[in-house]
Design a protein around this ligand. Structure first.
Ligand code: SF4
Ligand code: SF4
Length: 89
């Protein structure tokens, strides 16, 4: 798969104080956005794979997940719009 340099529009936020590493989100995401690191007993996410369907959010037993719009932003500039900058990417 080609590398995508565009910063994702949304981020998968996991509250590790609530996450019990049950891996339900990993099993349920059709886009394989979640993965399990066995050595750390930790579930992590790849934001670039998420399409904001909220399936993982709805089945998480501890409400550890949320999908949020990214606050990643470019400095305002009349010539360099977000679209123009992404074309340079
Ligand atoms: S479903 Fe919720 S509790 Fe289970 S691994 Fe995913 S984020 Fe953690
Ligand atoms: S919101 Fe949907 S696409 Fe995004 S990580 Fe959760 S299940 Fe996967």
């Amino acid at each position: 798969m080609a590398v995508n340099y565009i910063y994702p529009e949304q981020e998968v936020v996991r509250n590790y104080d609530r996450c019990i590493s049950c891996r339900a989100c990993e099993r349920q995401c059709a886009n394989e956005a979640h993965s399990y690191i066995e050595a750390e007993d930790k579930v992590v996410s790849d934001d670039s794979r998420c399409v904001s369907c909220h399936r993982c959010v709805s089945i998480c037993p501890t409400r550890a997940l949320k999908i949020v719009p990214t606050d990643h932003a470019f400095r305002k500039n009349a010539s360099w719009s977000k679209t123009n900058i992404y074309e340079v990417y």
